[in-house]
Design a protein. Structure first.
Length: 116
């Protein structure tokens, strides 16, 4: 069983920054990718950023140039650096991964609130 433990959410003013962390219980290279999703009430969960096994990344258009996904293979941790935050970035952020059997795993979610 894969465990994903997220941290780093909170309240920040518009224009501010936060860094989310997601620690995995297995070697990052066991997975096809690591990703961050976000969800607001009454809306579907949306992909924010993904980093694939060999390091390629993709971002949602709404966060390009502001968010950066990265990983530390020595600690099996994935990060989401969020800069220039906007109120519309407010959501619960979830860490996601998929194993070689195409089974998806999710973290518990961490709340990010951008408000003055």
């Amino acid at each position: 069983q894969v465990q994903l433990v997220e941290s780093g959410g909170g309240l920040v003013q518009p224009g501010g920054s936060l860094r989310l962390s997601c620690a995995t219980s297995k070697n990052i290279f066991s997975f096809s990718h690591m990703a961050w999703y976000r969800q607001v009430p009454a809306k579907e969960r949306e992909l924010v950023a993904i980093i694939r096994k060999f390091g390629t990344t993709t971002y949602a258009d709404s966060v390009k140039g502001r968010f950066t996904i990265s990983r530390d293979i020595t600690t099996n941790t994935v990060y989401l650096q969020m800069n220039s935050l906007k109120p519309e970035d407010t959501a619960v952020y979830y860490c996601n991964t998929r194993d070689d059997n195409n089974v998806d795993y999710w973290g518990q979610g961490t709340q990010v609130t951008v408000s003055a």
